[in-house]
Design a binder for this molecule. Structure first.
Ligand code: FAD
Ligand code: DLZ
Ligand code: SF4
Length: 527
């Protein structure tokens, strides 16, 4: 080891041996710094399983790096000297090791980028911040793609990513002659559909230690650790991917939007927690899925649908986050101000779809895309929940939630708070959509067929209430023309009954007690 090494901080979502901050380094000239810090475990009150996943994956990754010959300085959460913030620990480590410079991969969150930009001043050292090569599209390329375009639609971006990676391409043409096979996908659940059991991984000694730590320090946070089964090593993440490819991918497309009360995960891959913290590589995952198509084991529609989620949506969402931050965090184009209700945390509601989704979320720190978008997100949109509070909820409760991916999905895709930059129309739907795509309604205290009144499905009247109260902002949207025409064709009495029914329901919503998502002292409104 040279006298003055370069310090390479590796954050909890940078757990990839191929991370760009290490690519040009050699072990004899480098100290890797990994930091468990209270500022990160507590900037929202993360689900207990999310904290356990990240701390355990960090500890396993430190061992993996050490085994590969790297010198790793690992600061544990309960180290008495720990300053409990990234900046404090970088300053301390730079002094401890007499570092001659700092090299780091760009972070996933705006607030952490602000921290990194201060490290040069705080340490007096040169700080090199490198692009994150784990994404297909470098941020400067995304900004160039977006520049001068009036509409930033995912579909066009996705085609560029197909060409760039060569995934599912026959020369310069899309495999099968079409870019998008969505028309073949997304059916409601067929009677008797039996998705396979999800793969889970028994906690090893490191994970068990972390679980004890989390119970002791964060036992007051939302969520249960009883069923903790997320992969925390690369080997287990690979095994999860293998199971998905063999057991779920062939049916992934067809049932991508379906929801069943007894099968929380349906045919989804469950890989987002591992992907987002760095245990899986996105392009590698897509190449493995593509190979299933070439081997004749999975249909093109399913594989294309899956690849689109990763090199299309995931990349596009990240680009939009960095393009629109910091404004995205406070965007509220529909002026929605209602507090998140208490039942979003407790699940204590007669609405079966929400109760089921909150239960799954509490038990596993996971819900699949349609539960997030068309149950929780749709409810938030229709009820006019405050986008900042909704974003805090999503950031806290899901094991895969980092702001770069959570916020555009919440503010852009679910809530239309960005005024339509990300989605050309709000994903607003009445109970009929949930009834078609799930088996939730059969066990619900409300009747999905009933349009108004105390026993009617709340989504029904709320849908019209949403359109009516936002007509100045949305009625000129051509994609909502039919809905507004239907609303206008209703008799005045029917419209009045509908609005009164929605108002009566909204009046029953109890705001969540303060402190579920954030320590009260660090809440956004207090900041
Ligand atoms: P699958 O359905 O099997 O899809 C495969 C992969 O595609 C996912 O692992 C993910 O990496 C990618 N993907 C699919 N849809 C999206 C999308 N809209 N944005 C980005 N990537 C996507 N995803 C997160 O990773 N973190 C979040 O915090 C997050 N918050 C969300 C909040 C809302 C309101 C909504 C509507 C969606 C959110 N998503 C988020 C996107 C999506 O719901 C999850 O990526 C998905 O449910 C993860 O489960 P899976 O791995 O089983 O995904
Ligand atoms: C989410 C999280 C948590 C809970 N804890 C830590 C931690 O103790 N140390 C760490 O390096 N990272 C943690 N993370 C992930 C970071 O919040 C993440 O790296 C940043 O949000 C940047 O995306
Ligand atoms: Fe949800 Fe309405 Fe169906 Fe009940 S009836 S499960 S509230 S959609």
């Amino acid at each position: 080891m040279t006298q003055s090494p370069v310090l390479v901080p590796i954050l909890g979502d940078q757990l990839s041996p191929a991370i760009s901050s290490l690519a040009d380094r050699t072990p004899d000239d480098t100290v890797v710094l990994m930091m468990e810090v209270a500022a990160e475990t507590g900037y929202v009150r993360h689900h207990q399983a999310k904290i356990a996943l990240i701390l355990s994956a960090m500890r396993h990754f430190a061992d993996e790096l050490r085994a590969a010959g790297w010198r790793v300085d690992y600061v544990a959460l309960d180290d008495p000297a720990n300053t409990q913030s990234f900046t404090g620990e970088v300053v301390r480590a730079a002094q401890r090791h007499g570092a001659r410079g700092i090299q780091v991969t760009e972070p996933g969150e705006w607030r952490v980028r602000q921290m990194m930009d201060s490290w040069g001043g705080a340490t007096g050292l040169r700080v090199r911040i490198l692009g994150d090569k784990r994404f297909v599209c470098p941020l400067p390329d995304f900004f160039a793609w977006a520049a001068g375009r009036r509409e930033l639609r995912m579909e066009w971006f996705y085609r560029d990513m197909r060409r760039r990676t060569g995934l599912l391409m026959d020369g310069d043409q899309p495999a099968g002659g079409r870019w998008n096979f969505d028309a073949d996908n997304r059916a409601g659940p067929a009677p008797g559909l039996q998705p396979p059991a999800p793969a889970t991984f028994a906690p090893d000694a490191i994970t068990r230690d972390v679980i004890e730590l989390v119970r002791a320090r964060f036992g007051h946070h939302f969520g249960s650790l009883d069923r903790f089964g997320w992969p925390v090593t690369r080997a287990d993440a690979d095994a999860l991917l293998d199971r998905f490819l063999a057991e779920r991918l062939p049916q992934f497309g067809a049932w991508q939007d379906a929801m069943l009360a007894d099968h929380d995960t349906m045919f989804h891959a469950l890989i987002s927690p591992a992907l987002n913290c760095g245990l899986l590589d996105p392009v590698e995952v897509c190449r493995r899925a593509e190979a299933e198509y070439h081997a004749g084991r999975a249909p093109l529609a399913a594989v294309e649908g899956f690849v689109r989620q990763i090199i299309g949506w995931r990349e596009y969402i990240r680009g939009m986050y960095w393009l629109d931050m910091p404004g995205m965090a406070t965007a509220n184009a529909l002026a929605a101000t209602r507090p998140v209700p208490e039942f979003w945390w407790t699940g204590d509601t007669p609405m079966a779809c929400i109760a089921q989704t909150v239960r799954a979320t509490r038990d596993t720190a996971y819900a699949h895309h349609i539960q997030r978008l068309m149950v929780m997100g749709n409810f938030a949109l229709l009820a006019g929940l405050d986008p900042g509070q909704v974003a805090d909820w999503f950031l806290a409760v899901y094991a895969d939630a980092y702001e770069w991916v959570e916020l555009p999905n919440v503010a852009g895709m679910a809530l239309h708070a960005d005024g339509g930059r990300l989605a050309s129309k709000p994903y607003a739907a009445s109970g009929a959509y949930i009834a078609r795509m799930s088996d939730y309604c059969g066990d619900c205290a409300y009747s999905v067929k009933q349009k108004v009144g105390a026993s009617a499905c709340p989504f029904n009247a709320l849908y019209w209430h949403f359109l009516d109260r936002n007509s100045d902002r949305l009625s000129r949207n051509p994609r909502l023309a039919t809905a507004y025409a239907t609303w206008r064709r209703m008799s005045e009495d029917k419209r009045a009954d509908t609005l009164a029914s929605a108002e009566a329901f909204l009046a029953t919503l109890e705001p969540a007690a303060p402190g579920w998502a954030r320590d009260q002292a660090s809440s956004k409104s207090a900041a």
